[in-house]
Design a protein around this ligand. Structure first.
Ligand code: F6P
Length: 359
């Protein structure tokens, strides 16, 4: 494709560090290599429902955004155009025709959609309806199929590891059992890798069923070895054992989400008769300046997405496999979620150095 194109860039789903690096990388490559026009679509696909929020991205307004967390374009993890609910509560199930029409009206030849599996699934449907789409995989959860790594994960790992390091000193001083709940949705990657990096003693994952009894036995074993504190990293997606479901239901009534570590912590305190404290890290994991790894990966993905558009190879998502940047059909990334393999090398490594999974 040699003619001067107009491309759109949109960021959808939960934000994460590195989004601005992709926006900057793609904008600079589109302008400097091809002389294309670049439009920033606001707030995920919402920006194609309300196109008046669109801005032109220039070398000037993407300048200085590389170290900034979040996304200058705004995002939303609601607003599926195939089941859209307007802000005033008015329902309109499928407004994709309006999206296609507005994209055409803006003169968009192709759009780079930066997002996780939910956003990529929507992008794929829009592609099937005629929009020229190229996907870029993002999420701190690192749970996308088809790519070894998503940008945002590395920065989140740094944040969580730093928190676990800090919890260590207070746990040790007070001789406490300390639980740290981390994000990851239904996958345990953040818990597993930050648990290993932060020297946790127990890691509870969605992929490995655990029991409070086993965790407490492990705590006792540590105490017999002279260790009077225990750090437990808990993935938000853990399957809470059946006998704790009522307690979980009560917790849900209190806090809606992210309460599982509170319930598990209470159970551990009751069974072990020891002092327990729980820290829920929450959205702090999605914030902050991207790590150098995420800045570089975001830039590589942004440039690769522009290369894919230049080849006219739509319906693809850029990927990192090994050290190679490539592109695969978006459908490949939407087949499911990449989970931790309980028999895999990382879990084996953790077990070999004495980390318990409570099983
Ligand atoms: O997918 C990213 C993520 O941060 C998950 O780890 C978490 O479960 C979810 O988003 C939180 O979403 P929200 O911002 O809607 O609370």
């Amino acid at each position: 494709m040699n003619r001067k194109l107009t491309i759109g860039i949109s960021t959808g789903g939960g934000d994460c560090p590195g989004l601005n690096a992709v926006i900057r990388g793609a904008t600079r490559a589109a302008i400097l290599r091809h002389g294309w026009r670049v439009l920033g679509i606001a707030d995920g696909f919402d920006g194609l429902i309300f196109p008046e929020r669109t801005i032109e991205l220039t070398l000037n307004n993407v300048s200085g955004i590389l170290p900034r967390g979040g996304t200058i374009l705004g995002t939303t993890n609601r607003g599926n155009p195939f089941h859209y609910v307007f802000p005033d509560g008015e329902k309109e199930s499928d407004i994709s025709p309006r999206i296609l029409e507005n994209a055409r009206a803006l003169g968009i030849d192709a759009i780079i959609v930066i997002g996780g599996d939910g956003t990529q699934a929507i992008a794929l449907e829009l592609h099937r309806k005629g929009l020229n789409v190229v996907g870029v995989p993002k999420t701190i959860d690192n749970d996308l199929l088809a790519t070894d790594v998503t940008f945002g994960f590395d920065t989140a790992l740094h944040t969580v590891t730093d928190a676990v390091d800090k919890i260590h000193t207070t746990a040790e001083s007070h001789h406490r059992i300390m639980l740290v709940e981390v994000m990851g949705r239904s996958a345990g990657w953040i818990a597993l890798e930050a648990g290993i990096a932060g020297g946790a003693h127990v890691i509870l994952l969605p992929e490995i069923p655990f029991s409070v009894q086993k965790v407490c036995e492990f705590v006792e074993q540590r105490e017999r070895a002279g260790k009077r504190f225990t750090i437990i990293v808990v993935a938000e997606g853990i399957q809470v054992p059946a006998d704790m479901e009522q307690a979980l239901a009560n917790e849900r009534r209190r806090s809606q989400r992210y309460g599982k570590a509170n319930v598990v912590g209470e159970a551990i305190s009751l069974v072990s008769r020891r002092e327990v404290r729980v820290t829920v890290l929450g959205h702090i994991q999605r914030g902050g300046s991207p790590s150098p790894f995420d800045r570089i990966l975001g830039t590589r993905f942004g440039v690769a997405a522009v290369d894919v558009i230049a080849r006219g190879d739509f319906g693809k998502m850029v990927t990192l496999r090994g050290s190679h940047i490539g592109a695969v059909p978006i459908a490949e990334a939407c087949r499911g979620v990449r989970l931790v393999d309980p028999e895999g090398e990382l879990v084996h490594t953790a077990r070999s150095i004495g980390i318990s999974f409570g099983d």
